[in-house]
Write a protein that binds this ligand. Structure first.
Ligand SMILES: [Zn+2]
Length: 156
């Protein structure tokens, strides 16, 4: 399986994201003027301090979607996550959240920052976040309510 490799430069945590996950997020890219935001959850494996994102849920019926806002409803996502957890024998767990922005090179809004900090407090483990822009992605990791940017890197 092909991956993109990311690193948080200070803690040296590594995050691998499969091309399938990036392709799913890219398929919801807001390149049209009226396209709404999309989003879902990220799932995969925790390997010690490191992560591998292997799966993302697509937007579901009950999500609230507009041009500049995405509010995920638990319905749908939760069920898919539970099935995935079962079929992977407990190996693939909830890792975080993704959503899209109608900007070429996305940056988190203050609402995103607030949401992520709340989530990180609630789950009490590091969480991964991805924003899919029109041209590029934003990758982040939320550790103890602090958001750190993940940089792309090459694994030798
Ligand atoms: Zn956002």
């Amino acid at each position: 399986m092909r991956h993109k490799s990311l690193i948080e430069p200070n803690s040296k945590r590594l995050v691998l994201v499969t091309e399938e996950v990036l392709a799913l997020i890219s398929s919801y890219r807001q390149s049209g003027r009226d396209d709404c935001e999309s989003g879902g959850i990220l799932m995969g494996k925790r390997r010690g301090e490191h992560f591998e994102i292997t799966f993302a849920t697509a937007p579901q019926m009950k999500d609230i979607r507009s041009r500049c806002r995405f509010t995920r409803h638990p319905n749908g996502h939760q069920e898919i996550a539970e099935n995935r957890l079962k079929s992977s024998n407990g190996e693939e767990n909830y890792l975080g959240e993704w959503h899209t922005h109608p900007e070429n090179h996305p940056t988190p809004s203050s609402i995103d920052m607030g949401d992520w900090k709340r989530l990180s407090k609630f789950h009490n483990v590091p969480l991964l976040v991805i924003i899919g822009g029109i041209q590029t992605f934003y990758f982040g990791i939320v550790i103890e309510s602090r958001v750190h940017i993940l940089k792309e890197c090459t694994l030798l």
